[in-house]
Design a protein around this ligand. Structure first.
Ligand SMILES: NC(=O)c1ccc[n+]([C@@H]2O[C@H](COP(=O)([O-])OP(=O)(O)OC[C@H]3O[C@@H](n4cnc5c(N)ncnc54)[C@H](OP(=O)(O)O)[C@@H]3O)[C@@H](O)[C@H]2O)c1
Length: 333
C-alpha cells in the first residue's frame, strides 16, 4: 500500500520538507500498524530537521554512550520522516504484541535517542510503532486532542519525577505552550501551588489553568517573590537557560531546578536537564487519566491540513514561539 509522508533529505528550514509517496513498512516484532488521524507538533521536530546545534551536541553525547552510532553516516539517516506525537487506529498487530488489537484507538509518541532522531516520522498516513510507544485513547477526547499528549505526558511526568514535585511545593513554571500548559495543570492536580510565567496576554489563560500568573514583561524576580505567601521551592523551565539563572537567583538548589532545554550553563551549574529521559511508560496513561477525570484540559492553538503548504506553515508559526497549547495536523479527514 502507498503511504503519504512528510520527509526531508537535508537539514534546513521548512522548505526542506516534502510530501512524498512511500511504501508501507513491514511490521517488526512488538510493533503495530496505525492509520494516523492526527499529529501534534513539537519544537523538537523543527530543531531536528534544522539540525540544531544543541541536538548535535546531544547526538555526540549519545554516541559516547552507544558507540555503534559512530558508524552511522549523515546520509545513511536520509531521507528522514518528521513528527513524533500521533493518534490513530490500529490496523495490524505484529508478533509479540500483547496489549492491543486491530481497531483499537490509540495515541502515543515515537521515541528516539536524544539528538539522533530516526528515519521514522509521525507525519504520515500510516506508521509502524512499538507497543511501548502507545496507549488507548481516552473515549471522551477526539483524535486531534489525543495527538497533543505524547511528548507532553513523558516530559511533564519525567520532569516532575526528577525534581520530586510534591503537594507542599510552590513551583514556578515558565511558558504557556505545549508543555507548559500541561505542566501547570498537572502540578495543580498534584496539589502544588503553581506560579506560571508567560506574556501579559496569557495571564488570564494561565489563571484558567490554575496558576498564579506572572508576566515576563515585568520585573520577574520581584513579581515571583511576591506572588505567593509561601516560599518558592521548585522551578520547571520550559523556555531556556535565563530562567535557570533566575531560579538560582531565587535561592533554589540545582536539584530543585528542572529545565527542558540543555545548555553548558545548566550542566556546569548542576540544574537538572530533564523531560522524557526521566519518564516511564505509565506517564502516557497518567496524563490520559487526568484528562479523562477533567483534571487536565488540552488546548489546541490551531489545526492544519495534511498538505505540504499547511505543514510548512504550521512549523513556521510554531517557530515564532508563542503557540498557546498545541498545533495539530489533521491527517485523515
Ligand atoms: N527535554 C526534552 O526532551 C524536551 C521535551 C519537550 C520540549 N522540550 C523543549 O521545551 C521547550 C518548550 O516546548 P513547548 O512544546 O512548550 O514549546 P512551545 O509550545 O513552542 O512554547 C510556546 C510558549 O512559550 C512561551 N514563551 C515565549 N517566550 C517566552 C519567555 N520569554 N518566557 C516565558 N515563556 C515564553 C509562549 O508564551 P507567550 O506567547 O506568552 O510568550 C508560548 O506559550 C522547547 O524548547 C522544546 O524543544 C524539551
Amino acid at each position: 500500500m502507498v503511504v503519504q509522508a512528510i520527509q526531508y533529505s537535508r537539514f534546513g528550514d521548512e522548505e526542506v520538507l516534502d510530501l512524498v509517496n512511500i511504501k508501507s513498512d513491514s511490521l517488526k516484532v512488538n510493533q503495530v500498524r496505525v492509520e494516523v488521524y492526527a499529529v501534534g507538533l513539537n519544537p523538537i521536530d523543527y530543531k531536528t530537521f534544522e539540525g540544531a546545534k544543541p541536538l548535535r551536541f546531544l547526538s555526540f553525547m549519545t554516541k559516547l554512550r552507544k558507540p555503534s552510532h559512530w558508524f552511522e553516516s549523515k546520509s545513511s539517516l536520509f531521507p528522514r520522516g518528521i513528527g513524533r506525537d500521533f493518534a490513530g487506529v490500529i490496523t495490524e498487530v505484529g508478533e509479540g504484541v500483547s496489549r492491543f488489537a486491530v481497531g483499537d484507538k490509540v495515541f502515543g509518541t515515537m521515541i528516539s535517542d536524544p539528538g539522533l532522531g530516526t528515519k521514522r516520522g509521525a507525519l504520515a498516513t500510516e506508521i509502524c510503532v512499538n507497543e511501548s510507544e502507545i496507549v488507548l485513547k481516552p473515549e471522551m477526547i477526539d483524535m486531534n486532542h489525543a495527538a497533543t499528549m505524547g511528548v507532553a505526558s513523558l516530559t511533564v511526568g519525567g520532569a516532575f519525577r526528577k525534581i520530586e514535585l510534591n503537594s507542599k511545593d510552590v513551583v514556578v513554571i515558565s511558558a504557556a505552550g505545549g508543555i507548559g500548559s500541561i505542566a501547570v495543570q498537572y502540578a495543580v492536580a498534584k496539589g502544588a501551588t503553581v506560579i506560571g510565567i508567560a506574556s501579559k496576554k496569557n495571564s488570564d489563560y494561565l489563571k484558567s489553568l490554575g496558576a498564579i500568573p506572572v508576566a515576563y514583561e515585568e520585573n520577574i524576580q520581584n513579581a515571583l517573590l511576591s506572588a505567593s505567601a509561601k516560599p518558592i521551592t521548585k522551578f520547571l523551565d520550559c523556555y531556556g537557560s535565563d530562567y535557570v539563572k533566575l531560579a538560582f537567583s531565587l535561592g533554589l538548589k540545582g536539584t530543585a531546578i528542572g529545565t527542558l532545554v540543555p545548555s553548558p550553563y545548566v550542566m556546569i551549574k548542576g540544574a537538572q536537564f530533564t523531560g522524557p529521559r526521566h519518564s516511564t511508560y505509565d506517564d502516557l496513561n497518567t496524563l490520559a487519566e487526568m484528562v479523562s477525570e477533567g483534571k487536565v484540559r488540552l488546548n489546541i492553538d490551531q489545526v492544519y491540513d495534511f498538505s505540504l503548504k499547511s505543514v510548512r506553515e504550521a512549523y513556521r508559526s510554531l517557530k515564532l514561539g508563542h503557540t498557546r497549547g498545541k498545533k495539530v495536523v489533521k491527517v485523515r479527514k
